[in-house]
Design a binder for this molecule. Sequence first.
Ligand SMILES: *Cc1c(COP(=O)(O)O)cnc(C)c1O
Length: 409
Amino acid sequence: MTVQTPVPFLDLMTPHRELEEELVGALRQALRSAAFIGGPEVDAFEREFAAYCGASHCVGVGSGTDALRFALLACGVAAGDAVVTVAHTFVATAEAISQAGAVTEFVDIDERTWNMSPDALAAYLSACDVDERTGRPLGRRTGKPIKAVVPVHLYGQMADMDRLSAIAARYGLLIVEDACQAHGAEYRSPSSNQDTGTWRRAGSFGRAAAFSFYPGKNLGACGEAGAITTNDEAVARTARMLRDHGQVRKYYHEVEGYNGRLDAIQAAFLRVKLKHLEQWTALRRDAARRYNDLLERMLTGSAVAAPFEPEWSRAVYHLYVIRVADRERVVRHLTSCGVHTGLHYPIPLHLQDCYRTWAYPSGSLPVTERVASEVLSLPMSPTLTAEQQERVVSEIEACVGYGSTPGAR
Ligand SMILES: *Cc1c(COP(=O)(O)O)cnc(C)c1O
């Protein structure tokens, strides 16, 4: 076998090489002004990112996990509340709920979109007892009154916000979006006119939304960073206090808060990169379309399924994820020929060791468990070339058996 150059899972080098002069300029500017915490760069980034998302306010914080935690707290989630989310996500979604003092209740995902299933949420809530004191549904695992729902826009595709919002509203629950993988992802109401209906971006739907700027995200800092977006001025104000020790002005602490601010240097880097995000998203979408075509041409009828993008969604392909029945063998083969892949996520949260006291038995979220055992993330970056993609898919083709289809589709 001839040794070929590896196909990286994510190319973080090229964009930083291309933007090096601008990024170094931003760093130099920050050093000269010595404004490291807060200040004009943070304010400007917050304005620009709010506008990008179509939200009224943006509050920059230290990470996506901080963003989720502060968003929940600012929306009024408190100790003794339950929050409903999915188990097919990164662990931070559940960590933030615990850190806000609340408890997590999981519902299953949709077999095709892999995001929170509106049907599963409706069925779950309709089976809850109602709290006499608050009138809210009581979590079926914990018996705590449910306050909020956290849909995760996984892999860069939005959850079905119309249906989830309608169900949440029926039970008096608020929605906080986990948009950590979905910068710029769009949703168009399925009931709107399909020619004239407007597309709206992640971060403009829930009471609040959380974004991560972890370096590998579609918009990544050169370190840790995150942000909350909201259309609710009171939520924005509380989030601003929470990130800065609960103070509105220096040494006047209205509530007990945290140290969770966005660095001025990271804000300056993010402003440089935000200008390129549209272009990077377009390149990711091109790459996703090429994968779809290659998979259809080379792998029709095989044990591989491409991601599903409903007509109401314009995904931003943070990850390009396929389903393969015989995943282990495919990963082994791809690794051996230099194609680097990822698993997002191999073990659903309800089966993680850290949550074993929550006592979800295996089999309790059947779709989540089936999907988790079959998902495989292929190389995806704005710089991914058609040649690299041909190679990825032909190596998959060389490996998979024909005839069986993944999952119950
Ligand atoms: C990355 C991510 C987070 C956490 O973001 P950090 O910046 O790493 O704290 C939360 N939820 C999801 C779905 C993520 O992908």
